[in-house]
Design a binder for this molecule. Structure first.
Ligand code: GLY
Length: 377
């Protein structure tokens, strides 16, 4: 009941905003007619886009928004925003101080897409570079390719002049990894199946004990923005799943999964369980839904429903028979309408899940719209 009221209010509010800002939505052809200069710029991101400042004055979404309204390139603005989170050691899910893999090594994933230029780039399992989003942009700008991974990504970064560090762990991320490691029965290293179950159970216990927040287990920041001319871009960057099998790559650097931008229709990106998103390439699905005329909120909900439908393995279901994880999407369409959606509106500790928004009214956290009630527990 609460959901339907929220959703209805949201759609009415956003549509009114679209009309007020000079957009005429062509409902038949589904191609939004956008008058240059008529869009109200907005930036949306996962909640860490509001909370992390790396000791500075501005957070990610404010930084990106301020640059966008000054007329800077939208993607460059978003990347400068997420750089703050990548460098912040307090964010244990992105960049420096991100959660390491099972061997204690921080491996980072990122991708970016430029809507108007129809260009994209990404890196996966990159070690030693604090801001993988910059390397992703260099893959986009300086190569003919879309994705470079592992040692090759590091070699590419070195050749582009990036400093390669031996270890991107912070004291905090190393301490958490040691805690996780301590909980693991040495026997489980001998049996890959036991290893997966034991590793996940240890992580779930640490979440229940309040040692790590649930959202940091999957981590990530996705940040999308639009300027007054309707230029849309997006970037996603992450250390990926905490204590993953080395070289595991999740959804974040995969175009269509962790991020998808079509300059004519909109942008969508994700945080949360990457494997669930990868299976349905849900950011692409969301943008395709918007191409067919859906509001960002409905497009996001369609992706969440697809994830729920595709989750049938018992080990991924809770006692209610529903997914035992969450996935979140941050969505903007060509008209500047936006939405943040999540499988579950509450974290496992009962906190409401939120996302970051920055527009002419400043930076704030808004509630993510949930598909399912309660938490994934
Ligand atoms: N969504 C982040 C990951 O699964 O790696």
């Amino acid at each position: 009941m609460k959901n339907s009221i929220n959703r209805r209010k949201f759609i009415i509010g956003s549509t009114a905003m679209g009309i007020a800002s000079g957009v005429s939505a062509n409902v038949n052809a589904q191609t939004p007619m956008v008058k240059k200069g008529s869009i109200k710029p907005v930036v949306v991101a996962s909640g860490n886009g509001h909370t992390m400042k790396n000791g500075g004055k501005f957070n990610c979404v404010e930084t990106a928004f301020n640059k966008i309204v000054k007329g800077d390139d939208v993607l460059d603005s978003l990347i400068e925003g997420v750089n703050i989170v990548e460098l912040d050691p307090l964010d244990a899910s992105v960049g420096y101080g991100g959660r390491p893999n099972a061997n204690g090594i921080v491996q980072l994933d990122s991708c970016c897409m430029h809507g108007p230029k129809k260009q994209a780039g990404g890196v996966g399992a990159l070690e030693g570079v604090r801001m993988p989003s910059l390397v992703a942009r260099d893959v986009m700008k300086k190569t003919d390719h879309h994705l470079i991974v592992g040692k090759g990504a590091q070699d590419f970064a070195r050749n582009m002049g990036y400093e390669i560090e031996d270890d991107l762990n912070s004291d905090r991320s190393r301490k958490m990894w040691l805690d996780w490691k301590r909980r693991i029965d040495p026997e489980h290293y001998l049996d890959p199946e036991k290893r997966e179950v034991a590793g996940r159970n240890a992580a779930m216990d640490m979440i229940k004990e309040g040692i790590i927040p649930e959202d940091e287990y999957y981590g990530t920041i996705n940040c999308n923005g639009i300027n007054a001319n309707g230029d849309i871009c997006g970037v996603t960057t992450t250390s990926g799943l905490a204590w993953k099998i080395p070289s595991r790559v999740g959804d974040s650097p995969i175009l269509g999964a962790g991020l998808y931008v079509d300059g004519n229709y909109g942008a969508a990106g994700s945080t949360g369980r990457g494997e669930a998103n990868l299976y349905g390439l849900c950011s692409f699905l969301i943008v395709e839904e918007m191409r067919r005329g859906s509001h960002p909120l409905d497009a996001g909900m369609a992706a969440l429903k697809r994830i729920q439908e595709n989750t049938i393995e018992k080990r991924l279901l809770n006692e209610r028979g529903l997914p035992n994880f969450s996935v979140n999407f941050y969505v903007i369409d060509k008209q500047g309408r936006y939405a943040g959606v999540t499988l579950y509106g509450e974290s496992s500790s009962g906190e409401p899940r939120k996302y970051a928004v920055c527009d002419e009214n400043g930076s704030r956290l808004e509630d993510l719209e949930p598909l399912l009630s309660g938490s994934s527990a």
